[in-house]
Design a protein around this ligand. Structure first.
Ligand code: IMP
Length: 428
């Protein structure tokens, strides 16, 4: 059965968008299955760069079908913008009618919580992800299907004192003092009538795209069509396997596909990892570089968030964390991106294990916070990789570096990214 899953194997921002975009040329359907507009996938086509947050990275392929599944939390403002992009590229989009909506008040709640948390803030993307997933698990809130009429929207918001509760939480957290314009909103998210008007307007724009994505996927698989499931964030940010509370609120492994689509068999699960590591937001990061080397990696890798513009924290490749991600993510193949970025950087180091953590130990927040990485020297990685066309052409030190990744993780490297362009991936 040709279902393939692509996951981030680190803390997000591994360059999955480019890999999905490349694999999408052979897939019939691309499916986004988790997260929301907290993700930022960048696709470079010719001299243009397209950052997207919510729709699958297959929208840049003419004629391609792109689905947004029921496990995603959907910010209609972002969705409407990206649907225009899909139209421009001539691709198709179906949004699952049962997707949970991120309301402006969820975003305000996210911002209020972060502000109230002070120094213990998670460093979320402020996209309302946590509050919206909380409402999903509390079995309340609006779905895309509910946006069909003002009466239905009002009914859901008033049912069981839902709106009153959201309003009270934001007020207690001091959210009323946050300037909503700073969050990019043009009306006060605490006003229910304005929220309903906005929902109606969004519903009208989105209704032509609604459908039953689960039925679509099962029928497609029955007909042996190729379905590519696109994961957002990364295994190390997974709600279960990440370092809680410094993680996101969705399932970032193939379990997200299992849970939300009821698809259990995969031809392969591809993990995407950078040749070094980055992380945004707070939380443990054992191989982080807080010195000039970290700065150099940030500069050479252009490591600034696609969604928030925040500078990313940078560090050496952490194979202890990657091995864990491969294990709990059931990753069967790896793609290593941005190999070109570490080319030319002097005194590269690699972490193969932690001094004080067992090989099967769960990398919880406590474990990762106290983990002592053992760093080994890497022979110089020098050379311009941009013109290589095959994996075998890569200079020996690079192939050795990649071989170490394979040896420690026990996972085959299927491809390597050697530049930002769409075609700068060497597949094996
Ligand atoms: P949230 O998903 O906005 O609630 O943020 C929770 C944590 O996940 C924060 O540390 C974010 O920086 C991180 N995060 C969420 N989405 C991404 C992403 O796409 N790339 C990298 N980090 C992310």
């Amino acid at each position: 059965m040709p279902a393939i899953v692509v996951l981030g194997a680190q803390w997000g921002d591994e360059g999955k968008g480019k890999i999905i975009d490349s694999l999408a040329s052979e897939a019939d359907i691309v499916v986004r299955f988790n997260g929301g507009a907290n993700a930022g996938h960048t696709i470079v086509i010719g001299d243009k760069t397209y950052p997207i947050h919510l729709l699958p990275s297959g929208i840049f392929r003419e004629g391609k079908m792109n689905l947004v599944g029921p496990g995603v939390v959907f910010d209609p403002n972002v969705g409407v913008q990206e649907l225009k992009l899909s139209k421009q590229f001539g691709s198709h989009v179906m949004l699952d009618s049962s997707i949970q909506i991120v309301l402006p008040i969820h975003r305000l709640m996210d911002a209020s919580r972060e502000r109230a948390a002070g120094s213990s803030a998670i460093g979320t993307t402020l996209r309302g992800i946590g509050p919206t997933y909380s409402d999903f698990w509390l079995r309340r809130g609006l779905t895309l299907h509910d946006l069909r009429s003002p009466e239905r929207i009002r009914e859901v918001l008033l049912s069981g004192g839902y709106w009153k509760e959201l309003f009270a939480i934001v007020s207690v957290l001091g959210g009323a003092n946050i300037d909503f314009r700073e969050l990019g909103m043009n009306f006060n998210p605490l006003h229910m009538d304005d929220t309903i008007d906005w929902c109606v307007q969004m519903g009208e724009l989105l209704s032509p795209f609604l459908g039953d994505t689960r039925a679509y996927v099962h029928e497609a698989l029955e007909r042996n069509r190729h379905v590519l499931f696109e994961g957002a964030q990364g295994v190390m940010l997974d709600a279960y396997h990440g370092s809680r509370p410094f993680c996101t609120s969705s399932l970032c492994t193939a379990a997200g596909v299992v849970a939300t689509f009821g698809v259990y068999k995969f031809e392969r699960v591809i993990g995407v990892a950078k040749a070094y590591v980055t992380r945004v937001g707070a939380g443990p990061f054992p191989t982080e570089l807080l010195d000039a080397k970290g700065e150099e990696l940030r500069r050479c890798g252009h490591e600034f968030g696609t969604t928030t513009g925040r500078p990313r924290r940078c560090g050496w490749l952490d194979l202890a964390a990657l091995r864990y991600a491969c294990r709990v993510g059931s990753i069967t193949q790896l793609v290593i991106t941005k190999l070109d970025v570490i080319s030319g950087i002097k005194d590269v180091r690699l972490c193969r294990s932690y001094e004080n953590v067992g090989p099967f130990q769960t990398l919880t927040n406590d474990v990762l916070t106290s983990a002592k990485p053992i760093l080994t020297e890497v022979p110089e990685l020098i050379g311009d990789l941009s013109s290589f066309k095959t994996y075998a052409e890569l200079p020996l030190p690079f192939r050795r570096y990649l071989r170490q990744i394979q040896n420690v993780t026990g996972v085959w490297i299927k491809g390597v990214g050697i530049g930002p362009e769409r075609n700068q991936i060497l597949w094996r």
